[in-house]
Ligand binder design. Structure first.
Ligand code: NOJ
Length: 547
């Protein structure tokens, strides 16, 4: 496999709106990101992915772009963006920009033009259908609830929107539209952007007659052409596509370097394990064995071809420690470190979502008015219409809402967690008084320093980057353990996923050397390893280890 500059790096995901507000308007901004580059450097990240920063009316917090060539007013100006790109360069940090290509805002000039008349030269940039017997063209549903079709009075037809009705889908069948997008991508490459995260990218090819909304028949053709006309011309750029419908087979097609489509994808098999935000948001039971099987499947499938994106969450999912760990006072720190250890020992690029590195937790607003997310608000309205009780609705929202991950970054214990001097656009989590960056930086044993160490190991030891993966003790109900091997280099990653003790016996002649642990006095006698609650450890094995 050809080595790439980004193979041993970690990505830090920034949700700019909630990261740091430099001017007191309550909304995070580009200058705010600039002020925190030192912090990111200290953590050890070399790539940042910024969620959309383009001009937007913010129906879906920037995922509804009204001008791809401009910056969202609240975030700053093009000059600020240029300064940020320059500053990142000086810190040795590359920027991955979010490209929203499946849809635009309904306030984009193309859409305004398109709906002005059926004869508009932009009409075909979007997807239009006549009504059928006075009703919607078909029963396709939008991700944010309701029909995927919205009637436009002005021109008397329906347009398609996979997400909110303010996010009309672009028509990728139109080559002029594709050309416009290529120009825009090249504009940002010329500005110094080093990579792209392609939003909902497998939605760009559909087959509406067959009601197929993603991974349609032309998906590979579109990706190839885009690659050829934009990022593919620059050897050093990195791309990651958000592909909700990816199977390992599709993932290999998307990411096989020979095919020139994408470098990596985000697949969501793990994200669906507990039912969060899937179907009707109903909780699904799962076991650690199910989780191990999913992780192992992707590690194995993308071993030779492709490259995994490793993530526990992002701006669309609840906080990792609340979801897969235990955010109680007793175990928040231990379990957050355990989850980090498990993920960062794997093969692929780890993504850290802002606040994960300090163990931020989910939010519970008692008043629905405090929620901001369009999906959450639509869900609420629908459930009220269905006659659901308030308590029941709120229990769904607590577990599923995307706002769990969108409360302001907790920088210190001053008002609003030091995120803003004004009134934050969304309320902060009141636990900022104890969970914050300042506290983490002062405490040598904090979650932050655990992440820092994990990132350093990935830089120092090639086995973390290129070593093969092998699950061990697959049937153990409480422990997730695996081995990575690269020629003579071997590591063992062992994680107790529960708040109770357990034992694991590892038969080996090797000498284990401790690389990292979330307890200060982890055992190095691994023949009879007593694991305490959420204990996680990585050993380097020296000699000829065998079970
Ligand atoms: C996926 C993004 O991550 C999410 O936040 C957004 O709402 C949808 N795509 C639509 O752009």
């Amino acid at each position: 496999m050809e080595k790439k500059w980004w193979h041993n790096k970690a990505v830090y995901q920034i949700y700019p709106r909630s990261f740091f507000d430099s001017n007191g308007d309550g909304i995070g901004d580009l200058k705010g990101i600039m002020e925190k580059l030192e912090y990111l450097k200290k953590l050890g990240v070399h790539i940042i992915w910024m969620c959309p920063i383009n001009k937007s009316p913010n129906d879906d917090n920037g995922y509804d772009i009204s001008d791809y060539y401009d910056i969202m007013d609240e975030f700053g100006t093009m000059k600020d963006m240029e300064l940020l790109i320059e500053a990142c360069k000086n810190y040795g940090i590359s920027i991955i920009m979010d490209l929203v290509l499946n849809h635009s805002s309904d306030e984009h000039k193309w859409f305004i033009e398109a709906k002005s008349s059926r004869e508009s030269p932009y009409r075909d940039f979007y997807i239009w259908r006549d009504s059928i017997n006075g009703k919607v063209p078909n029963e396709l549903k939008a991700f944010f609830g309701g029909s995927a079709w919205e009637f436009d009075e002005e021109s008397g037809q329906y347009y398609l929107h996979s997400f909110s009705k303010k996010q009309p889908d672009l028509n990728w069948e139109n080559s002029r539209m594709r050309g416009e997008l290529y120009d825009m991508i090249n504009f940002w490459i010329d500005k110094g952007i080093k990579g792209f995260r392609l939003d909902a990218i497998d939605n760009i090819s559909k087959d509406l007659e067959k009601k197929i909304m993603n991974s349609g028949p032309k998906i590979h053709e579109y990706l190839k052409k885009m690659n050829e006309n934009t990022f593919g011309k620059h050897n050093q750029l990195v791309t990651v596509g958000e592909t909700g419908g990816a199977t390992p087979e599709l993932a290999k097609l998307y990411t096989d370097p020979e095919r020139h489509e994408l470098d990596m994808i985000f697949q969501f098999e793990l994200m669906g394990i507990d039912g969060v935000r899937s179907g009707d948001w109903i909780q699904k039971e799962y076991s650690l064995i199910d989780l191990k099987n999913i992780m192992t499947k992707w590690q194995t499938e993308l071993n030779e071809i492709g490259w995994n994106s490793l993530f526990w969450g992002n701006h669309d999912y609840p906080r990792v420690v609340s979801r897969f760990g235990d955010h109680s006072e007793d175990y928040r720190i231990l379990s957050a470190k355990m989850l980090a250890t498990m993920l960062h020992g794997m093969k692929g690029i780890p993504y850290i979502y802002q606040g994960e590195e300090i163990g931020m937790t989910n939010i519970k607003f008692t008043n629905i008015e405090d929620y901001r997310d369009v999906e959450t608000k639509n869900f609420y309205k629908r459930k009220i219409d269905e006659g659901c009780s308030m308590d029941e609705i709120m229990s769904y929202i607590y577990r599923n809402s995307r706002d769990n991950a969108r409360t302001p970054m907790q920088w210190d214990d001053t008002e609003h967690g030091g995120f803003t001097k004004g009134v934050p656009w969304i309320k902060e989590n009141s636990n900022y008084t104890t969970i914050n960056v300042k506290q983490c930086l002062e405490d040598k044993n904090s979650i932050f320093y655990h992440y820092q160490k994990l990132l350093k190991l990935r830089q120092e030891k090639e086995v973390f980057v290129y070593g093969s993966y092998e699950l061990i003790y697959p049937e153990h109900p409480q422990v997730f353990a695996y081995r990575r091997t690269l020629e003579k280099e071997k590591i063992l990653v062992i994680c107790n996923f529960y708040g109770t003790e357990t034992i694991i016996n590892i038969k080996t002649n090797d000498k284990p050397k401790l690389l990292i642990s979330n307890y200060r006095d982890t055992n190095i006698n691994i023949d009879n390893l007593h694991l305490r609650p959420y204990e996680a450890v990585i050993y380097q094995m020296e000699g000829g280890e065998k079970e």
